[in-house]
Design a protein around this ligand. Sequence first.
Ligand SMILES: Cc1cc2nc3c(=O)[nH]c(=O)nc-3n(C[C@H](O)[C@H](O)[C@H](O)COP(=O)(O)OP(=O)(O)OC[C@H]3O[C@@H](n4cnc5c(N)ncnc54)[C@H](O)[C@@H]3O)c2cc1C
Length: 401
Amino acid sequence: MDFNYSEKSLDLQKRLHKFFEEHIYPNEQAYDLEIEESGNSLHIPQILDKLKDLAKAEGLWNLFLPDIEYGAGLTNVEYAPLAEITGKVWWAPEVFNCSAPDTGNMEVLYDFGTEEQKEEWLKPLLEGSIRSCFAMTEPDVASSDATNISSSIVSKGDNYIINGRKWWTSNAINPRAKICIFMGVTNPENAPHQRQSQILVPMDTEGISILRPMQVYGYDDGYTGHPELLFENVVIPKKNIIGGEGLGFKIAQARLGPGRIHHCMRAIGMAERALELMINRSLSREAFGKQLADQGVIQEWIAKSRIKIEEARLLTLKTAWLIDTYGKEEAKIEISSIKVTVVEAASYVIDKAIQTHGAMGLSQDTPLAKMAAGARVLRIADGPDEVHLRSIARREINKHR
Ligand SMILES: Cc1cc2nc3c(=O)[nH]c(=O)nc-3n(C[C@H](O)[C@H](O)[C@H](O)COP(=O)(O)OP(=O)(O)OC[C@H]3O[C@@H](n4cnc5c(N)ncnc54)[C@H](O)[C@@H]3O)c2cc1C
């Protein structure tokens, strides 16, 4: 492994850091305040759009997409440190058009979409003029096993008729989310991994209702939230199928490789920010006659946090390098490993940062409480830890069978 970043990545890192110092951190509270003052939790702050325009003008846009024509043309290793920087403020990735689930959806369209689908949906997504959602998880089945997904996509003439109930469809509540990638069963007679398909469903199609927003530890995540949805006799033209019937499972797997590097590096960014906050707080408070920074226990938390972050980052960069060099297939153990270990590391650091802040750490006065909820989500979303551990164990055991 080469531990040096390319000139291109280093230059973008410098520019992103500058952008954060000049535009993101100074507006961190203004963003929340604007939503609060609007009295509407779904309000999209104007500051977000202003910052998006600025980022686009500065060429800090679509950094995630490796294609030079559509995106920034970066490898996973080159993009990883950029994703880390964007993770320091939870809403910042969208400023650079690098937020989930749009990035995964754009990758799916880029890899599997027809020219017509790319023209109609990928282009506006890349421009940032619309947003999207991904509807796989269902309330009625254990959705960590994608073969359980049971919404129906039934062929009728030139159309499919879609029926099903979904939940945790992030962004579906966003008025700008114009397109949904929906997963359901087209071929119940096939082998389990070839029964499902993914299809493009415009969100203004008749028969789609938002039943309720879901909350995460009391946060509803506003316009980026994760509602429960009902699809009732939704009629979609056959040309909207992605890749062909029966490819749903394969596409769901494909979106997980680079996407996981993005999630993990953003979580490492969150952990770095939490460590920074922990140290600054410990330098500014005194208890029992000395600075918190001079208390042995707090020094141990700081030291352990640094070790955990470095371990997590190194493994994630190794995974990015493996994907770039040998492809996703050769990085399966690492892709699962980082999902588990990075979140453990980030959760540790965030928890200790909260403890160092005392009661304030639990409140709205620092980003730490929201970070703690975000890190907890990552142990379930994008595949629960147990599923990844099972997959690592199986691959390790198989080496010796
Ligand atoms: C904030 C948030 C955003 C989300 N966004 C989206 C989205 O945009 N689109 C979308 O489709 N979904 C989304 N999800 C849903 C998420 O991907 C699912 O919750 C996840 O895949 C788990 O599915 P499930 O909830 O049905 O849990 P289940 O499948 O019911 O699993 C429950 C538990 O069973 C255990 N378990 C499962 N399998 C195994 C195993 N093999 N071995 C041991 N134990 C096991 C695990 O502990 C697991 O947590 C989101 C979730 C959250 C919280």
